[in-house]
Design a protein around this ligand. Sequence first.
Ligand SMILES: [Fe+2]
Ligand SMILES: [Fe+2]
Length: 274
Amino acid sequence: MPANSTRPLWSLADIPYGAIDLQKIAADTDWFYLLAGASFVEILSDLYTRNLVSYYAGDEEAIAWLETEWEVEEIQHGRALRQYVETVWPDFDWERAFAGFRQDYSPYCRPELLGPSRALEMAARCVVETGTSSFYAMIQAASPEPVLAQLASRIRNDEVHHYKYFYRFFRHYQEQENNSRWRIGRELWRRVAEVDQEDAYLAIKNVFQVRNPGMPFSHEDFEQFRGRMSVWVRRYYPFDMALKMLLKPVDLPPTLQKAALPLLTRGARRLVAA
Ligand SMILES: [Fe+2]
Ligand SMILES: [Fe+2]
């Protein structure tokens, strides 16, 4: 499975943190919560990697890629976002909030939650990478601050690249397993319904608690935050791109895909607008 990407590799040294235009973003608390929360989830990739490596035991190629490329890049996303957050909001105790998140979230990150088969887990990873690709595309489009837009664009490219890899691994296992379209579609749907449930909530909660000591954080606070986010989603979320990526493992016949895409895009927009 050769790499087929020409995306530019990057490191934190490529991000001009010194050029951040603080005036454009520092006063906006929603950006603070969103970016701090995203940095937590990204950095936790070491846990996901361990789970995936044990699930795909024996698949040297997948394991080598997960450990040497995927994990390294996801952690870099987290470190790059952390540095952005600490540059713009230097008073925030990132380390302490992250420790709380890690403790809260670890029980949800168990290897027995993977599966139910090797092909279907790869399809589920495609859902996650679709989610991150479209999330950073949204950040890039919505960002009021140029350095953040630049960082989001780099991360988005990596996420699309991850998607391509997981998709190839999916094809490889699907050849052996021959899951029906229905079965794959059902698994994808299950994962879409799960996306950003517990991890987003716990990330925002831990950021909130460190930022506002002694103040309780409730599900209503989280819902209000999500409500404000849905305005951005309606405006900036790349629905077309996300649905195309999501449907790819289902492998619909081209004519059906052509008919289904606009309908699903409209449906997804309406769902968000509701
Ligand atoms: Fe990432
Ligand atoms: Fe990724």
